[in-house]
Design a protein around this ligand. Structure first.
Ligand SMILES: [Zn+2]
Length: 167
């Protein structure tokens, strides 16, 4: 198991806090390997409180500062445009994700149809490396399970979700 897989396992554990919205994230100091903050989806409290935002808020609250740090964010799914923007503004240098936005869409998850790569490409003032597909199958399984669970608990939600996901 390499480092990326080690930290992605942690992101998957964090996602277990919200099995119906299994978005877990953590921020690691890429030089020391120290975990600086952890988060998961809290949109039940605030619609913009995605897992990555939770981890970034945790980092800010820790007061450690980000200047000169080699920050790496791990997340179970590719960041949405809001989160990828926040990641750039935070100065995070590397993003490692499991499931990609295309897979979320295929599984019926509502997504803004802009990939993280496009946000990075259109932001030449920042350097941010994206690494996708780490423990991809494990992460895909989380999102597939959550969507099946949702469909089972409400047919209405299931129909609506698949309608929304059409590109
Ligand atoms: Zn997001």
């Amino acid at each position: 198991m390499n480092d990326h897989e080690f930290y992605m396992r942690r992101a998957i554990s964090l996602a277990a806090n919200v099995p119906d919205l299994p978005f877990g994230a953590l921020i690691v100091d890429g030089d020391s390997g120290t975990i600086l903050s952890e988060g998961w989806n809290k949109t039940s409290l605030n619609p913009i409180w995605h897992g990555e935002i939770d981890a970034i808020n945790g980092l800010a609250a820790s007061g450690g500062g980000v200047e000169g740090k080699n920050l790496v964010l791990y997340t179970t799914a590719e960041p949405c445009p809001m989160c990828q923007g926040a990641i750039l503004w935070t100065g995070i240098k590397t993003v490692v994700f499991g499931t990609c936005i295309r897979s979320l869409q295929r599984l019926g998850w509502r997504q803004i149809n802009i990939l993280a790569e496009e946000i990075v490409r259109r932001s030449p003032a920042w350097n941010c490396t994206l690494i996708g597909g780490v423990l991809e199958q494990d992460c895909d399984d989380l999102f597939q399970r959550a969507m099946l669970q949702r469909a089972a608990s409400s047919d209405v939600v299931s129909v609506k979700s698949s309608g929304d996901s059409v590109e």
